[in-house]
Write a protein that binds this ligand. Sequence first.
Ligand SMILES: [Cu+2]
Length: 377
Amino acid sequence: MFSGALNAFGVAFLLAVTAVVGTQAVGSVLAHDDRETGGYKFVVGFRVEPAYEGLPNGVDVKVAKPVAEDQSSGHAGMQGQTSQSHSQGMAMQSQSHQGIAAAPKEEGGAMIDVAAHGAIFSSPAVMEGGTFSFEPGNELEGKAIPYHSHLDHSITGTITVSSDSSAPAMVDVAIHDSMFMPVDVTVAPGGKVVWISMTATPQSVTSGLAPSTPAAVNEVPVEGLEETLKVEIKHVATGGTRVLDLRAMPDEPGRYTADIIPTAQGVYEMRVFGKVGETDIDETFASFGGGGGFSDVLPASDLQFPDRLPGVRQIEGAVRGAIDTAEQAQDAALSAQAASAGNGRASANTLGIIGIILGAIGILAGAGGLTVAMRKR
Ligand SMILES: [Cu+2]
């Protein structure tokens, strides 16, 4: 029953995604690789893209659970309120609310279900020049509240309630013909968001996820996975791997990261493994060059100013070359000394000096190699 519902939903979900791909920008996660597995959606990439070698970055993992309308305590149970709060001019609304198969919900009872339809706020139809406002309380701190126009489910936005000192106390959002502007806003708890309609088309402002809408909206972030998920990052060319612990990103529910400075260019893989709830997860995501969807690691030279620095590998190579040359010179000097042990003092000295000169040449050659490596950039 559980998985049956999920599967049924999954199919509907994929169809919905397929239908809207190409018309709906997914914003900042566009350069990431996303995939649905075990009933959860994963979006994986570098935290900063494009990623450059030698620059601080991190893995970026977002986990969300796609939800159907009914699941988010949605429209079936709320028809009364729905028709009440949007009584006028709403011919288009009703059929879009017949839920797809419900997926079961598993959330702590005390948690506020920000995705539930109209659970936090629900405006009447806002006419041109009209306004609606919402004042998030402290209990919403750290939450991202998805919302939409109940009169046009393709119009969506989010409000992130953050106590970060940069979060403004007062935010204006314009309602346009086909979008909220800005789409995503951040506001301090106890602050106020005010919507102003700039369009002749009546729209509403309704918290929660709109049903049958794109992936970016119709999902609930999954929190607490820093305890149960890890990421193994792999530099494909060398096969080098490292397992990283994840931490939750502050104020971004369902988003996790681990710091890393990628020091080699090229194709990377990120393998996410562990558990989400009862579900075992082991999924590998690749960067573009590996057929995946997130950024390869690019050479940093184009960004460097005023001097271009050698890559770590070039320095390594040059240093190794210098050491090898110096060691060879030393060996030559030692064997020369050994060979001359039985000869006269003068020739031993001569050979010793030759050895020292060879050693010096070796060091110079090594330094030269390093310089060449640096100039090459
Ligand atoms: Cu709605």
